[in-house]
Design a protein around this ligand. Structure first.
Ligand SMILES: Cc1cc2nc3c(=O)[nH]c(=O)nc-3n(C[C@H](O)[C@H](O)[C@H](O)COP(=O)(O)O)c2cc1C
Length: 349
């Protein structure tokens, strides 16, 4: 197995069964209270969850967030989850396409268009890799798998804890600015579990980025994943930074203020109620990674579908219970922001 393939295999194993969640840090969605409407003048079945993102119609604002690629097992995961996204009208993200750069034969492990011909499909590459590629090569990564947009992931915390990780993060913003100008495919700036601050959101917007995935803290800790893989010295470093990051609810609120066209709320999203809260804070859709993978691993495609069906029903119920007949109405729904979330929003930007 190559080093990338081994790392991908470790990531899947640890994400499925390892101790890789934040221990204390939460998304702070628990600090968002949507106000109950005891008199909703609505029919639950007529509540409209559909939305348009990056030019595609989704039947519900749900993204199965990018996880994998590069191995036979990854191919199977990508294809089974992409087929569910197609069937249910969700968006689907591929994992980092770095393995494809090393060996074009790995393209097949990212190939899902035959099972998901119309789903909103997101490609994926790290900003450090993208910095060293010509814009046309990034375009090619997206086009070769039929992706509608490319996520450029930002993951400095994970990299510095990873034994073989990157150390030099210079020119990330310049890389994104160049890609927005030259790649000819929409660029989504994506964190990987540590969130985007209001300052970073403003810098991204200023550089021309119009789509983000906040991927905040409170769900899978990628520092934790790499800590579990690391040898002793890096392990101690990882333990210290295990809880590092900006809670997802905070990052969504800040990113919404920056004015992006698309804000995916990924990171610790566990339920349709979390997605409802994210949308009320200004997100375009909620993204879920690890819980979907776990449902797939434990219950197969049927298990993953059952989980996502519940998420969708929870979201629909939340809309009804705040008296919102669609996502636009949900964005205007009364809410109360409590404690820690208020502290972050008041002091952190
Ligand atoms: C097994 C696994 C592999 C992942 N690989 C990638 C990746 O290659 N690129 C990326 O941008 N994010 C990757 N992520 C991060 C997720 O897209 C997401 O941002 C993060 O896990 C937080 O979401 P969660 O709490 O729902 O897991 C991966 C997540 C998992 C669980």
């Amino acid at each position: 197995m190559t080093d990338i393939a081994q790392r991908k295999a470790d990531h899947i194993d640890l994400a499925v069964s390892g101790d890789v969640a934040f221990r204390q840090t939460t998304t702070l969605f628990e600090c968002v209270r949507l106000v109950h409407d005891a008199l909703p003048d609505l029919d639950l079945d007529a509540v409209d969850l559909s939305t348009e993102i990056l030019g595609k119609r989704l039947s519900a604002p749900i993204l199965i967030a990018g996880m994998t690629g590069g191995t036979a097992r990854a191919r199977d995961i990508n294809r089974r989850l992409a087929a569910i996204a197609e069937e249910r009208g969700y968006a689907f993200g591929l994992g980092s396409q770095r393995a494809m750069l090393r060996d074009p034969a790995h393209r097949a492990t990212y190939e899902v268009r035959d099972v998901a011909p119309s789903a909103l499909l997101l490609g994926n590459i790290g900003v450090v890799q993208a910095r060293d590629l010509a814009s046309a090569q990034v375009t090619e990564l997206a086009q070769s798998v039929g992706a509608d947009a490319i996520c450029v992931h930002l993951n400095p915390a994970m990299e510095v804890v990873q034994e073989e990780g990157d150390r030099d993060f210079r020119d990330g913003l310049a890389t994104l600015e160049r890609l927005v100008e030259e790649a000819g495919v929409p660029v989504v700036a994506k964190e990987t579990g540590c969130g985007l601050s209001s300052g970073v959101a403003r810098r991204l917007y200023g550089a021309g980025v119009r789509h983000v995935d906040v991927s905040g803290a409170g769900g899978t800790s990628w520092v934790a994943v790499e800590t579990q893989r690391a040898q002793s010295a890096k392990r101690a470093l990882g333990e210290t930074f295990w809880e590092w990051g900006i809670p997802t609810a905070v990052s969504v609120a800040w990113s919404a203020r920056a004015g992006f066209d698309t804000v995916f709320a990924t990171g610790g999203v566990k339920s349709g109620l979390d997605i409802a809260k994210a949308i009320a804070l200004g997100a375009s859709a909620g993204g879920i990674a690890r819980p979907v993978l776990q449902a797939l691993e434990s219950g197969g495609a049927e298990g993953a579908t059952r989980f996502l069906d519940l998420v969708e029903r929870e979201l629909r119920t939340a809309l009804l219970l705040v008296g919102a007949n669609d996502l636009e109405a949900l964005r205007r729904a009364p809410r109360v922001l409590l404690g820690d979330l208020r502290a972050w929003l008041e002091q952190g930007s």
